[in-house]
Design a protein around this ligand. Sequence first.
Ligand code: CA
Length: 228
Amino acid sequence: MSDADRPRILVVEDEPDIADAVQARLEGEGFEVHVAVDGPSAVTRALELDPDLIVLDLNLPGFDGLEVCRRVHAQRRIPVVMVTARDHESDMLVGLGLGADDYLTKPFSMRELVARIRVVLRRAQPEQESAGSLNLGSLSLDVERRLTTYDGAQVHLTPTEFDLLRALLEANGGVLSREVLLHRVWGYNDSSGSRTVDSHVRSIRRKTADDIVRTVHGIGYAVVVPTP
Ligand code: CA
C-alpha cells in the first residue's frame, strides 16, 4: 500500500503508555498515525493533517475531547471515535450527542479499537462509493432510486424511514445511538427527539420484520449483518 492509500489517524491521548500502544497497533494495521497529547494541540494537528479519523480521549489537559470535537467540527467534518474512562462518562456523551461517531470505554482491547475504526472509516466513505444497493439478508435498499424490497416484495418506507434504515445499514452492524441517528437523519444536535427515532424504528419493523432492527439496550439501534 502506498502512503497515499493509508488511512491517516490522529490519536489524541495524554497517557504516554496508552498513546504508544495505540500508535504501535494502528501502525501495525497499516494506518498512518500521528499523536497529540492535549486539547489545543489536538485541534491544531487535526486541522493541519486533515486525518481520516480521530481517536479522541475525553479527559485531556488544556480542554477536553468534547471541546476538541466542537472546534474541529466547526471547520471540518472529521470522524471521531471518542475514548472515555468510565461508563458514566460514555452515558453522558451519548446524552449530549456531541458529534462523535462511536465511543469506547477504557480499558478497551486494541482489537475492539481497530474494529470500531474500520467501521467508522467505511461509513465515512464518499457518497458515490456507497451508492448502489445496500443489502442485509432478504432486505435490499436501492440507494439511487430509493426503493426498498424485503423478501422480494417492495416495501413502502417514508423518506425518513428510508434514511434511518440506510444509516443503520451503512453502519454495517455498528450500534448507532438515538442521538447519532437524530443528527444524521434529521440533522438535530440534541437528544430531545429520541422518541421520534423509536417510533420510526417501530414503523420500519412493522413494514419489514420485527427483528430487522435490533435494540441495543441503553445504547441505541443496530442491524445485524450475517456472516457469510
Ligand atoms: Ca486522558
